[in-house]
Design a protein around this ligand. Structure first.
Ligand code: HEM
Length: 224
């Protein structure tokens, strides 16, 4: 019995340093084990804010010329800023500091016209008449000398032809004439077109001859 206890004691005495050594090694190992790197949360820097740049508060500058005007006898919605309808006669226009661009459209294969007329009837009206005949476009810079005519080309009265560009088309019973003119010409047979309201007369004929009377005519205003 004693010898059996002794052998157990001896075993325990022998085992104890081993256990102690194992324990020490474990502690040492734990202490020296590579540590998971401590990652710092990414530093989020506040965005660098520039003081707001001063935006121009002025309204956008509109082009001084209509961007897509062309005297091709086709009226598109980019060409003119204003329009008025007088039954089967329509007028479209836009202006800048120097020029006026006009489009006329009427239910006719004859001539169509517009006149600057601050007064009444036809006398002293500054008229522009256009027509398309066999695909050829003609335009006339007229001045009317009497209440109901006659109107004569400015050049025959000693003035000048001041239509700078023009064009037209006849299509499906309608004729379109487009033209460009200076707001102020140096011709005394042209009336100035002013900023604000300009009184006009308009008319169209079913005939292609510029001396044949209109079938429809009237008064109106165009404003720039
Ligand atoms: C072939 C050329 C023309 C002839 C022979 C002619 C003839 C006449 C005649 C006889 C009248 C009075 C009868 C009526 O009221 O219908 C008249 C009126 C009128 N015409 Fe013409 N015209 C001609 C061109 C024009 C043109 C090109 C315009 C416009 C751009 C025009 C605008 C007017 C207007 C507004 C009236 C009404 C005047 C009023 O208040 O009494 N005419 N025209």
């Amino acid at each position: 019995m004693i010898s059996k206890l002794d052998s157990r004691t001896a075993f325990a005495i022998w085992l104890a340093p081993l256990l102690a050594l194992f324990l020490l090694l474990s502690i040492f190992n734990a202490a020296c084990a590579p540590k998971t790197p401590v990652t710092e949360p990414p530093v989020t820097k506040p965005p660098i804010t520039q003081p707001p740049t001063e935006q121009p508060s002025a309204p956008p500058t509109l082009p001084s010329q209509p961007t897509q005007w062309s005297a091709d006898g086709v009226i598109t919605d980019k060409e003119y800023t204003k329009t008025k309808s007088f039954g089967d006669y329509e007028i479209y226009w836009t202006g800048d500091d120097q020029y006026i661009y006009i489009g006329m459209r009427a239910k006719t294969s004859g001539w169509l016209a517009v006149g600057i007329q601050p007064g009444t009837k036809m006398k002293d009206a500054d008229m522009v008449m256009g027509l398309v005949s066999d695909g050829k476009v003609s335009i006339f810079d007229f001045f009317c000398v009497g209440d109901y005519g006659p109107h004569s080309p400015d050049i025959e009265l000693g003035g000048t032809n001041d239509i700078l560009e023009f064009g037209g088309q006849e299509n499906e019973g309608y004729t379109i004439i487009e033209f460009k003119r200076s707001l102020n010409t140096s011709d005394k047979y042209d009336l100035p077109i002013t900023k604000g309201t300009n009184k006009i007369i308009w008319s169209y004929s079913l005939d292609e001859q510029s001396t044949k009377k209109h079938v429809s005519r009237g008064y109106g205003e165009i404003d720039l």
